[in-house]
Design a protein around this ligand. Structure first.
Ligand code: PHE
Length: 340
């Protein structure tokens, strides 16, 4: 039997057809119901376990080789035929080309920026590697503030301090330095914090922060702007509430909650029974910040706000584990384009 397998192996190896019909004949002769290889497999069934062990591998190799050879030959003749007579069959099914999808974080960032651009905000950009002044000092952080600690911030160099920005407020500082009011910008970008990675925290994430400075800007303007944003983002029924908070660069400061769009405010496990979800921080720009950036704080006032894109995406899409946004598993990423 070994010999017959070997012979057949050689026959397969040496087969040189000229037409597709010849290949089909060959296939039937070898692999068809009454084919040579089929017959060998029949015989194989009656061998002893010992012999099966010995021959099983080669006979299977022969089968794979025969199948591969037939497929290869068919393909090569196919293309020859097609190019030979210029007759491309347009009705043949094509293989669909897979197109990539936008990342959910890009989708949500774009949506946030779109909403604010409808209110006249333009986009500003800035470096991810920053100096201490733009990230902390200009923003009224006292020298002993914990954010300046290695435990919270990634430092590139110490003295003078060069670091990875921990918020995109540093872009707003650059805008205030380089332009005069009225200022109306949103600053999307990547930020870095020295945190242990878990389902709810990551050392890299994305923010969109905003800044509006003009004469007579009030807290009412801030509130109305955020309410408009919440309704555009989460639906006409969305409402907001503000809780007093603290940021070094705003006074007064507030934390903004949006009504939970999953339970309609009744309380569920996403909003932990409260009916509210925290979405951003905001406040009136502290006069110290305006002055540090060369803006007259007696003439001008302004508001600022900042939100995490992952957080908004999580609420929009119901994705509870932040890490999924960074793994780039195509099966995860493909789910979102349709939703936007
Ligand atoms: N910069 C703040 C943060 O990263 C967010 C914020 C921006 C708060 C503007 C108030 C005003 O957490």
């Amino acid at each position: 039997m070994q010999n017959r397998i070997k012979e057949l192996m050689e026959k397969v190896g040496g087969f040189k057809p000229a037409t597709l019909a010849e290949i089909e004949d060959f296939r039937i002769k070898i692999l068809g119901k009454k084919g040579e290889l089929t017959a060998l497999f029949e015989e194989f069934k009656s061998l002893s376990a010992e012999q099966k062990k010995e021959i099983g591998k080669t006979i299977n190799e022969l089968k794979t080789k025969a199948l591969d050879k037939i497929n290869e030959l068919k393909e090569s003749l196919d293309t020859v035929v097609a190019s030979d007579c210029d007759a491309i069959d347009m009705s043949r099914p094509a293989t669909a080309r897979r197109v990539g999808t936008r990342h959910p974080i890009s989708l949500v960032r774009r949506q946030i920026v779109d909403i604010f651009s409808r209110l006249g905000f333009t986009v500003a950009d800035g470096p991810e590697i920053e100096d201490d002044w733009h990230v902390f000092s200009a923003l009224n952080f006292p020298p002993e503030h914990p954010a300046r600690d290695m435990q919270d911030t990634f430092f590139v160099e110490k003295n003078p301090d060069i670091l990875l920005r921990t918020h995109t407020s540093s872009i707003q500082v650059r805008v205030m330095q380089n332009s005069r009011p009225p200022i109306r910008v949103v600053c999307p970008g990547r930020v870095f914090r020295n945190e242990a990675i878990s389902y709810r925290a990551h050392c890299i994430f994305h923010q969109v922060e905003g800044l509006y400075i003009d004469e007579n800007v009030s807290f009412a303007d801030l509130k109305q702007t955020i309410l408009y944003f919440a309704k555009e983002m989460f639906g006409e029924d969305a409402s907001i509430r503000m809780r007093p908070s603290y940021f070094p660069f705003t006074e007064p400061s507030a934390e903004v909650d949006v009504s939970c769009n999953l339970c309609g405010g009744k309380g569920c496990n996403v909003c932990k029974g409260t009916g509210w979800l925290e979405i951003m921080g905001c406040g009136m720009v502290d006069p110290n910040v305006l002055e540090a950036c060369g803006i007259d704080s007696r003439k001008y006032s302004g508001f600022a706000f900042g939100m995490g894109v992952e957080r908004i995406a999580m609420l929009r899409y119901g994705v509870k584990d932040l890490r999924l946004y960074f793994e780039n598993d195509i099966r995860f990423l493909q789910q979102f384009e349709a939703i936007y």
